[in-house]
Design a protein around this ligand. Structure first.
Ligand code: PGA
Length: 251
């Protein structure tokens, strides 16, 4: 069985001191959580402080991006090894905000994914269609296209470590969640493609998170769907009680 996985994407929020305050609030709320894998992904500037604050807790640490090269003249970028040695097990890759504002493409997502896997990280790869694409009937083409692009050259032995997050762009930060049926339909599509690529055993091991306006009051219904194995949480991850309630909904 897949262990549900809930990760908080803090985006560009919280100074290091504020980030530590938030995990200090979160730790006792999640102290008894064993059924769900949990991670927080604060900005780079908070990683080390949050890692220290998380010592002894089962909450994992992730980054919001990673560069594909190991080192070199890439001003402003951070490598997988730098993240690992700062305590990060996870890296979010190809979030729609990065695709939209920072020129992430299927090709760079693939390079980042390859680097993160090579370093031994657990990548969280985001895919999802815009409203225009949904209304034009292009969900399958867009989502499976992004999936194929991300997974180019990735072998089955590495693939089971990948986490995929289906995040319809129109649902991110808008308060408009996909219905559980809409989300499950796309998750089942993704699972089917993973089966075709890697066979049923690997496909059944890969966790598929849903992301886009997940809140305490809609989480349980989303997570009850057969192919939804947790969530990638933005806004609600910034409130300890809301995030803890969402984690509990996945257990
Ligand atoms: P949201 O963001 O929960 O605020 O919609 C989700 C995400 O962007 O990962």
């Amino acid at each position: 069985m897949r262990k549900p996985f809930v990760a908080g994407n803090w985006k560009m929020h919280k100074t290091a001191a504020e980030a530590v305050a938030l995990v200090e609030e979160l730790k006792p709320l999640l102290a008894d959580t064993t059924q769900v894998e949990v991670a927080v992904c604060p900005p780079y500037t908070s990683l080390v402080a949050v890692q220290q604050a998380l010592a002894g807790s089962s909450i994992g640490l992730g980054a919001q991006n990673v560069h594909w090269e190991a080192s070199g003249a890439f001003t402003g970028e951070i490598s997988a090894e730098m993240l690992l040695t700062s305590g990060c097990k996870y890296a979010i890759i190809g979030h729609s905000e990065r695709r939209q504002y920072f020129a992430d493409t299927d090709e760079t997502v693939n390079r980042k994914l390859t680097a993160a896997l090579g370093a031994g990280m657990v990548p969280i790869v985001c895919v999802g269609e815009t409203l225009e694409q949904r209304e034009a009937g292009q969900i399958e083409a867009v989502v499976l296209g992004q999936l194929n692009g991300a997974l180019q050259g990735i072998q089955a032995k590495d693939a089971s470590r990948i986490v995929l997050a289906y995040e319809p762009v129109w649902a991110i930060g808008t308060g408009k969640t996909a219905t559980s049926a809409q989300a499950e339909e796309v998750h089942a599509l993704i699972r089917g493609r993973l089966k075709a690529l890697y066979g049923p055993e690997v496909a059944d091991a890969i966790r598929l998170q849903y992301g886009g306006s997940v809140k305490p009051d809609n989480a349980a219904e989303l997570f009850a769907q057969p192919n939804i194995d947790g969530g990638l949480i933005g806004g609600a991850a910034l409130k300890a009680e809301d995030f803890a309630a969402i984690v509990q909904a996945a257990g």
